[in-house]
Every structure is written in C-alpha cells, then in structure tokens.
Design a protein around this ligand. Structure first.
Ligand code: ADP
Ligand code: ASP
Ligand code: MG
Length: 817
C-alpha cells in the first residue's frame, strides 16, 4: 500500500491538480494527503493578522484566496459539479464570516489561527477528489477531523496516537479500490476544535497515516529531486541523495532541509516504514529513500543544511565555573517559557554557555533568563546576558562523521579560506552533525564552501581569464583541450566563468561554452569592470576562484590586491605588478598570505620554463642563491644567436619584429626594460630586496630613450648602431668568442651587460629563441641550468596552465586526509 503526500509546491493551480492526479493513477497511490495550494496558508494567516489589526484590506486578501480556488475549479471544468461547488462555496462563506469575526473583535488567538489556516487544505483536498472523480477514478474525501486527534497545543499540536490509529484503521481500511484523499496539516482536539500540526505538518499527517496502515512506503512528492546534499536554491552544485538513514534525514531536516518536516520521521522510523521523497516535476527521478539502511559514502558527510535566522544568547561569567546546575536552570527556564533551544554550546572552561533560539523567542528568553539569574547577576557571578542577532546556523550531517578525525578541521579550513567567521560551534553527542553559528550575511558563502570541501567528487576551480590576445586565446584553447583529462585524473573541474577584454566581459556561473567564447564575447552586453565582476561573484556565491591576467594592463594589475582581498587567487602572465617598488611586491605577497589565496606568476620570467618555481624550491629547502646569470628574452636570444659578421644588427631586429618575437614596440626589448623586470623579479624571488633603479642596464642602443619618435624613425636611427655591433662581433670572433647580452646577479648587485663569452660558458651554444638561466647556490657550485623555449604564446600559456594546475592540486591536497 502506498501513501502519497503532495506539497503545496506540487499543487498550486489547476495544472498542478492535473499533474498530481496523473501521478496518483500511474504510481498507484492508495491514500493521498494533500497540502494547501502553495502560498495559501501564508495568505490565510496574513488575512487573519490584517483583520485583527482592524484593517479592512483583509477582504481583498480573502477575495484573492477565493479567486485562486475558483480559477482552478473553472479551469478543471468542475464548475457544474454541485458535489464540489456547493461545499467549496460554503467553506468560503464560513471563512469570510470567521475573518469578519476576527476583524470585529480584533483578536486572532492561536485557536482561531489554526481554524483559519485549515481552510487551505480543506479546499485543495476536495478539489483533488472531485477532479479524480470527474475522470472516472474511484476517489473518496475523508475529513482529517475524523481521523487525526490531537492535544490542545494550537499551532503545533501533538497527535494522540492511540485514538487516531483507531479511527484511521476503522475508516481507511475499507474499500481498497477507492483512492482516499485527506487534507494534511490539520487535526482536532477532544472537543472537536480544529488544530494544526505545525507548519509543513502535512508531511506528518502522511507519515503517521502510513505508519498506522503499515504502508509499503510513504511518498512525499515535492518540487526538487528529493533530499539533496544542500538546498539547491542556495548551493548550485547540490546533488540528490539516493539513500538516507532515518537519523540522517532527521538531522538534515532539523537543521533546515525543509523538504521533510523533522518530526514526521519518528512514526515512520518506529514502524519501519520507508519514506521516499519524489519530484512531481521530474517523474523519472526515483527518489531519495529514507529507511533503516544507510549506505556509507566515500564522503564524510551526507548533507549540509542551514537555519536562516537565529539569535544567540550568551550567559557568561567567571562565577559559573564549577557551579552545578547552571545549565539545568537555563534549560528549565527556556522550557517553562516554551522556548526551543536549537543549539547549545558550552566552553570547556565553563565560563560561558550559549543557546541559539528563534529570533521571535529572543526577548522572552532573555527576560526569563535575567529573572532566573537575578541573584547571580547582582553578585557578579554572571555578567550581563548578551544577545547576538542576525545569525544563521549551518550544519554538516552524516553517519560516517562518527569516529572520523579531521571533520572540524575541514570545516574551519573551508571557512578560513572563504572568510566566514565562526561565532559558535556545537557537535551532537551522536556525532551525526556538527553545527556552526555564523553571521547571517555569510550563510550562502558558508554553505557553498562547506559543500565544496566535503563533496570531493564535485570540486570546481572557477577561472576568470582577462585578456584575449595571443596568450589568453591560447590559454582558453589549452583549457578546452585538457579540462576533461584533468577532471578524470584529479577530480577537479576547471570551469571558466568569466572572460574579459578591455571593453566587454562574459559571466556565466555554470561555465562558459568554450567553443564559442569569442562570438559570445562580441555579443556580450556587460561592459568590462572589475567591481561589477566582484559583485557578480559575490551574488552568485562563487568560491575557489582564480583570476588569470593575460593582459599587459597596469589597470588590471592594480586590481590584484582587491581581488585577493575578495579571496580570489591571482595567476599573472602580466609582469607589471611584480616589478613595482619593493613595498608593493611585499604587500601583494602579504595580502595573498593573509587571505590564504595563491599569487603565482611563473611566466613572468622565462615564459613556460620552471624558473621561479625552482628558485622557490631551492630557497624553501634551505639552499641559498649566491649568483645567477640569465638570458630571459626570446627576442634578445634570437638577435644574438643570429648576429654574425655577415648580417647587420638593425636587420636582425627588423626580422625579429617580423617574426613576432619582439614587443609591439621593439624599444621595450632593446632598452632592457622587459629584461630588467625579469631580473628584478628573480632577485626578489631569491629573497633579496631590490628596486628597479638598482639594476645597472647597458641598453642595446642609446636610441631607445625618445618615445616620441615613431618606430620607423627609430629603425632608421638604429642603422647607426650596425658599425658598432659589427666591430664587437669581429673582435669576439678573433678570440673564438660570441657576444651575449646577459643579466646577472651577484653579491647584492644586478646588471644587464653585453659580454663576450667563450665556449666554456653555458650560454655559448644558445639556439633560436631559447631562454637560459644558470643558478649558482650553496649546493650548486657548478650551476644549475634551466634552458628551453622562452617565448611564444604556446609555451607561455602552458606556463599559465601549470600555475592553474598548482592551485588545483593544492586544493586537492588540502582535503585529502
Ligand atoms: P512542499 O510544498 O512540497 O512541502 P517545501 O517548500 O516544504 O515543499 O520543501 C521543498 C523545498 O525544500 C525545496 O524547494 C528546497 O528549496 C528546500 N530544501 C532545503 N534544503 C533542502 C535539501 N537539503 N534538499 C532538498 N530540498 C531542500
Ligand atoms: N499548508 C501547510 C503549510 O504551508 C502545511 C504543509 O504544506 O505541509 O505549512
Ligand atoms: Mg513542506
């Protein structure tokens, strides 16, 4: 036997009723518990409150409710069926009178509230019954008034199990072939007065009836794919859970997974009736099965949930240490005042106890506690009782967290990295959940960062690519080609969420479709702006983000600090930031450290060659860099490898430019500006302070200084250098030597100079556009040499990719314990 419950989200209009009726038939539902149309319960409450305030507009609210019901009746062509229209009209009249009464006496007691709220279910269930009948399906309406007996606690009544079971068995076991339709949420007390089971109470109606009838399963039909690892409205990457134990489901729902009412689980658990959460809008989804069984997952946790709004009451004082009974008195006081303590945490020093309560209960809770501890407060054993409002609770739930060390560490790590401040933390003795109180503004960020930290299969590194020049374009092509392999091998999805050039940007939180990024960027309507980008990242709760700067823009490099402060890692192919004054360089490093983000720029020297990484590794393992010599420019390498007695210097420069080896303006290369930036960075990476001005540069030509000249004019002047170079080459040749322009660092001094070197020098046989560096350290008296292609979009983009991989691997390592 199958008991089905359809939530308001499934029934909000005629179309919903049709869809639900089809499910009842196809899935062979026997007993159907029905919620009010979505939103109707709230609207009924609003009408009551408005009337009680003496505000006439309750009538408009009432009419809206009636209209929604009538629209559905009309749409389902049930208007002529007196069987339905008459009782519904009567029900509406009764509601109208009731609201009028509230308006007149200006009182809306809990008892009246329950009565008013019961009208939603009253109508929807009758409507469904009539529709089924109109389609020739045997269906019968059963009033919950005759089935669910409760105590007198209006608003949150408890079911009288004995009496209700008896009634249910009496009435619902006859006529097996008729579908029995029952309004959820409501019941009656001993005197026949209507009560409600608390908001979301239809779930309980269903599980209770299912348990009494020993149903094969109770199906809860809603608008999402079952119990998910987190609220899909808050966590983008949430996924459906196939199986949950009753206890896990209880913890998840208690801490906010609204998909099932927490206390609806108990009757099912006690009677071993499985609950299956299904999706009315996706019939193909098999559902989440809540039963005795749990399936151990690779992940520690099953789900992450949250309670939006809580206040924290803090009772503290040095006089509390070692005094017995304080906690007991706190809880007794709260219980006497009907206040539910959502979470409790006590410092091990016993100097403070904090209790999370619903915001509405805060004032009563504080006042009653102040009264209870009046004496202790007078004698200063207890300081003031403080309240912290605007907080949320997030909870990590799962059976497997028991006896697994490191879970709390993982939580704090995730929060630390995403800037979520922890206000209080509590772990249930069952170890089934860890709950953390945080600021309400951090809630979604906290949920997303925890989700990312706990569900290993679904790690995402979000990438922003700035610049669509040669390197940016090549990088995106490489990402497109390697993403799948990286996902398969490392379990990390490299997701490009934004691409920007100087004018426009793309932003797509689910990932940009890479094959058509160029066209999309052309058609984008968002103008390129870092502030706007940061806003979008924030509102979309995007975490684990890397900004990749493939531009040569100073404006973009100026944004690094701001990006890092927003917990975005930076990978820079752009050299500008690192070669600003030493204090800027240090500030960038400190900021990266402080906000626990990465700042990587391997391609700033030697393109894709692992130079910076090697220097860092040497330093980190205790070696000391004493000296290095380097040629760190493909252009320079090319020029001097070509230079001979038969070719002119100016011609080679032109050739280099034609081949695309030089900067757009070759003076940037020939002045040594670009080369010196790289030397400066390497000196700094070796652990020494240096400013740009400290580097003694011998430019390749004196004609670089006038920027006013056009490149053409510059070329003409450059020819005047040919004689000088011809002479230098000849002179070197006589000694079997070659000319090289070498950057050097030794004993605190750096220079870039033309040198004549013989065949014993490691730079003698340099070829093509290769870069080279010889590093002399304490360990490497014979230098450690790194040599290879040092220019070109392909190797540079490859270097940027290695930086991205470093970050992805670090992310993986962090969680793999
Ligand atoms: P119904 O009207 O069907 O009872 P509810 O609104 O009460 O529906 O519950 C379903 C909602 O619960 C979903 O729309 C979803 O936003 C929310 N929700 C919160 N946490 C979770 C979770 N962990 N898994 C699934 N849904 C969740
Ligand atoms: N209609 C009620 C509510 O909105 C009960 C339910 O939907 O379960 O709370
Ligand atoms: Mg619900």
């Amino acid at each position: 036997m199958i008991v089905m419950k359809f939530g308001g989200t499934s029934i909000s209009d005629a179309e919903g009723i049709r869809r639900v009726a089809q499910i009842i038939v196809e899935e062979k539902g026997d007993v159907v518990v029905c919620s009010a149309f979505s939103g109707i319960t709230n609207t009924l409450l609003e009408a009551g409150v408005t009337a009680a305030n003496g505000d006439n507009s309750y009538k408009r609210i009432y009419r809206d409710i009636v209209q929604r019901h009538k629209n559905a009746i009309k749409n389902l062509s049930l208007g002529t069926e007196s069987d339905l229209l008459f009782p519904v009209n009567e029900i509406h009249k009764e509601l109208e009178k009731l609201l009028e009464g509230v308006f007149l006496i200006r009182e809306f007691s809990m008892r009246t509230k329950d009565l008013v709220m019961s009208f939603g279910e009253k109508v929807s269930s009758r409507l469904l019954t009539s529709f089924l009948k109109s389609r020739g399906i045997a269906a019968q309406f059963y009033d919950s008034n005759q089935l669910i007996y409760t105590d007198n606690e209006f608003g949150n009544a408890r079911i009288n199990a004995e009496l209700s079971s008896k009634r249910i068995l009496e009435q619902l076991t006859i006529d097996k072939n008729t579908k029995k339709i029952i309004p959820g949420f409501t019941g009656r007390n001993d005197n026949g007065v209507i009560t409600t089971l608390g908001r979301g109470g239809s779930d309980l109606t269903a599980t209770f009836i299912g348990s009494v009838l020993k149903a094969d399963e109770v199906q809860i039909w809603t608008d999402v794919n079952g119990f998910m690892s987190a609220d899909p409205n808050k966590v983008k990457d949430a996924f459906s859970l196939d199986v949950l134990s009753y206890d896990e489901a209880l913890e998840l729902s208690y801490f906010g997974a609204k998909v099932l009412l927490p206390h609806s689980i108990r009757p099912a658990k006690e009677n071993h009736v499985p609950i299956v959460i299904k999706n009315t809008f996706d019939k193909a989804f098999v559902g989440t099965r809540v039963s005795k069984k749990t399936v151990p997952l690779k992940d520690f946790a099953k789900g992450i949930t949250s309670i939006d709004s809580v206040s924290l009451i803090n009772i503290k004082g040095s006089g509390m240490v070692g005094v017995r009974g304080i906690s007991a008195r706190i809880f007794r006081t709260l219980a006497e005042n009907d206040i539910n303590a959502i979470l409790i945490s006590q410092a091990s020093s016993e100097q403070s106890v904090c209790v999370a309560v619903q915001p509405e209960a805060t004032t009563t809770a504080c006042n009653s506690l102040r009264q209870e501890f009046q004496l202790e407060m007078m004698t200063k054993m207890i300081d003031e009782i403080e309240v912290d409002s605007n907080l949320s609770i997030v909870a990590v739930v799962g059976d497997k967290m028991r006896n697994t060390p490191g879970v709390a560490g993982r939580i704090f790590n995730a929060f630390g990295e995403n800037g979520v401040n922890v206000v209080a933390i509590a772990q249930g003795a069952s170890e089934l959940n860890i709950s953390i109180v945080i600021s309400k503004t951090d809630e979604e960020r906290a949920l997303n960062s925890l989700h990312n930290a706990f569900f290993t299969k679904r790690r995402v590194l979000n990438l922003i690519v700035a610049g669509k020049g040669l390197i940016g374009t090549e990088l995106i092509a490489q990402l497109k080609a390697t993403r799948q392999v990286f996902l398969n091998e490392k379990g990390v999805e490299l997701r490009v969420i934004s691409i920007l050039d100087s004018k426009k940007m793309l932003f797509e939180p689910d990932g940009i479709h890479l094959p058509s990024w160029k066209e999309s960027l052309v058609h984008s309507t968002i103008s390129s702006n870092i502030h706007q980008l940061l806003k979008l990242i924030k509102t979309n709760n995007i975490i684990n983000t890397v900004f990749i700067d493939c531009t040569a823009s100073e404006q973009i490099s100026d944004a690094y600090l701001q990006l890092m402060e927003n917990r975005i890692s930076v990978v820079a192919a752009n050299k500008i930031a690192n070669t600003k004054p030493m204090k800027v360089y240090e500030r960038l490093k400190q900021t990266a450290n402080q906000y626990k983000v990465h700042f990587l720029y391997e391609t700033n020297a030697g393109a894709g060659l692992p130079i910076i990484d090697t220097i860092r590794n040497l330093k980190d393992t205790g070696d000391e860099i004493k000296k290095f010599e380097a040629i760190l420019s493909g252009t320079i390498s090319f020029i001097f490898n070509q230079l001979s007695e038969t070719v002119k210097f100016s011609d080679i420069v032109k050739k280099a430019k034609e081949k695309g080896y030089t900067e757009p303006d070759p003076r940037v290369d020939l002045s040594g500006l670009d080369f010196a930036r790289k030397i400066l960075l390497l000196v700094r990476e070796s652990g020494r302070d240096m400013e740009f001005e400290d580097i003694a540069i011998e430019p390749l030509t004196a004609f670089c200084s006038s920027e006013k000249e056009s490149v053409e004019e510059f070329y003409q002047k450059l020819e005047r250098e040919d004689v000088r170079y011809d002479r230098l080459v000849k002179k070197a040749g006589e000694k079997h030597q070659v000319i090289r322009w070498i950057g050097k660092y030794e004993s605190g001094k750096a220079s870039i100079k033309l040198e004549s070197i013989n065949n014993e020098h490691p730079f003698y046989s340099l070829k093509g556009t290769d870069n080279i560096i010889a590093i002399y350290t304490k360990r490497y008296a014979n230098p450690l040499v790194i040599k290879g292609a040092g220019a070109g979009a392909e190797v540079t983009a490859g270097g940027v990719m290695s930086d991205v991989f470093r970050i992805a691997n670090a992310m993986n390592k962090r969680w793999d314990y």
